[in-house]
Design a protein around this ligand. Structure first.
Ligand code: BTN
Length: 273
């Protein structure tokens, strides 16, 4: 990892000092905040730190990633200074495997909430945690597990017009008409929202997503629910049907035209109508 310097263009460099005070200082769960100018992947860096025994609460943010990772083994490409890219390290207490499925979903809720608060965009979710504006993707989230640690990596497209975003289906804050140069402030907002939901999820109980209010919040922000979907499942299989709900394990419940309700734990969702 290199030390932080100015990004190539656009936004102001991230400030670890301001971040510390804006997440709430020593009362915050984010106890180790690191900003780097360039790295391969903040997820990879945080996973390495996890293996070396780093405590929960580590945040690594990069002005630029050269080998960003996306979901399903894809790459996450962004121009230097054109995206907010960071990863957090969590170590939830031992719980049954299934309820951990809610962590990526609550990270999506927090990202959408932070974006709505700081930029006013109508950020919504596509299951499990793509952050959309309209039908276009503004932010992506990759959760990776390593022993009892979970690294949640978040990438928000900040700069980029229609013709220079990496994929045609992507959105940026610039494309939404938001001129945001202070990314420290946006990062702090997302971290605060993430901390609030993560604490609630841990305290109320990872399986208790109704009691913690997380399922209700997810239902209200998730555009996938109630829509006809095509799910591309691992192993080149597809499932078409109506997305009816998310269950207590964070799985998407899909009602095919014929047959029983199917619980989907991994896959790419396409909104059909
Ligand atoms: C996706 O939608 O495919 C997930 C994209 C996740 C990208 C973020 S950027 C910060 C962190 N580091 C990575 O290498 N990936 C995640």
């Amino acid at each position: 990892m290199a030390h932080a310097t100015s990004p190539d263009a656009g936004a102001e460099p991230l400030s670890a000092v301001r971040l510390r005070s804006e997440v709430g200082g020593s009362a915050s769960m984010w106890t180790d905040l690191r900003v780097v100018a360039e790295t391969g992947s903040t997820n990879e860096d945080a996973l390495k730190q996890a293996v070396d025994g780093a405590a929960e609460g580590l945040v690594i943010a990069a002005e630029s990633q050269t080998a960003g990772r996306g979901r399903q083994g894809r790459r996450w490409l962004t121009r230097p200074g054109a995206a907010l890219t960071f990863s957090v390290l969590l170590r939830p207490q031992p719980v049954q495997r299934a309820p951990r499925g809610w962590l990526p979903l609550l990270a999506g809720l927090a990202t959408a909430a932070g974006l709505r608060q700081r930029t006013g965009v109508d950020a919504r979710l596509k299951w499990p945690n793509d952050v959309l504006v309209g039908d276009l993707k503004l932010a992506g989230i990759l959760a990776e597990q390593c022993g009892d640690a979970i690294v949640v990596g978040i990438g928000v497209n900040v700069l980029g017009r229609e013709d220079d975003l990496p994929v045609a289906t992507e959105m940026s804050l610039e494309r939404c008409g938001v001129d945001l140069t202070d990314l420290t402030c946006l990062l702090a907002a997302i971290l605060r929202e993430l901390e609030a939901r993560y604490r609630r999820w841990c305290e109320v109980g990872p399986g208790e997503v109704d009691a913690s209010g997380l399922r209700e919040e997810y239902r209200s922000l998730c555009d996938t629910l109630g829509r006809a979907v095509l799910v591309q499942l691992p192993g080149d299989r597809e499932l078409a049907g109506l997305a009816v709900d998310v269950d207590g394990a964070g799985q998407l419940m899909v009602r095919p035209r014929r047959g029983e309700l199917v619980a989907v734990s991994a896959g790419d969702v396409i909104h059909v109508r």
